[in-house]
Design a protein around this ligand. Structure first.
Ligand code: HEC
Length: 173
């Protein structure tokens, strides 16, 4: 009796023994079942998300050029304000790199004298720190965006330029 007591365990009765043995089987099995569930029920890829159209939309480049009728393409093109915010503002919002700051009437007054024509010509070429077209692409659409951006900037800075009317449909060759 005393020997039995010396290496006593917490299992004292047959009932406890059965419980422990059962648990020793059941607990790992529950663990395995849960693991299997985890693997099997992994969130599925939505079939619609894998369609070529959806994929193309996700991986499209940041900028794209659209050709088409002005009603569609021109309407989709960005407004002067949007272009300024997205592209030109980096320099012209802060006056970084010596750019004439938007709203700085004194800086713009001499520039405005030449009108949109001259501003556009200079902005298209680029000068000093300003890259050609302020970094916009060399396409008719981008050129139109550039003009609208110049008008927006100039008019925020004491100018009263008119946005050039959208060009009639591009000639088909
Ligand atoms: C990397 C900086 C930078 C970006 C981006 C930039 N500009 Fe400029 N821009 C300049 C600097 C610098 C000048 C002044 C150049 C000078 O002093 O000759 C300038 C000058 C101009 C002028 C005056 C041209 C003239 O007649 O002297 C216009 C108009 C203009 N930018 C329009 C734009 C537009 C529109 C955009 C966006 C599409 C743009 N800029 C983006 C730096 C920038």
């Amino acid at each position: 009796m005393s020997e039995q007591a010396s290496h006593s365990s917490f299992i004292k009765t047959p009932k406890q023994l059965i419980t422990v043995v059962l648990l020793a089987f059941v607990v790992p099995i529950i663990g395995i079942v849960m693991l299997v569930q985890l693997v099997v029920n992994r969130p599925r890829v939505d079939a619609a998300a894998m369609s070529p159209d959806a994929v193309a939309e996700r991986i499209q480049p940041v900028g794209k050029v659209e050709f088409g009728e002005p009603g569609g393409a021109a309407a989709a093109a960005r407004s002067g304000e949007e272009v300024v915010k997205a592209v030109c503002g980096a320099c012209h919002q802060t006056g970084a790199a010596g750019a004439p700051k938007i709203g700085d009437k004194a800086a713009w007054a001499p520039l405005l004298k030449g009108g949109l024509e001259r501003l556009s010509a200079n902005a298209t070429k680029g000068q000093k720190a300003m890259p050609p077209r302020g970094g916009l692409e060399n396409t008719p659409e981008a050129q139109a965006e550039l003009a609208r951006a110049i008008v927006f900037m100039a008019n925020q800075s004491g100018g009263s330029l008119k946005e050039p009317a959208p060009k009639p449909a591009a000639k088909k060759k």
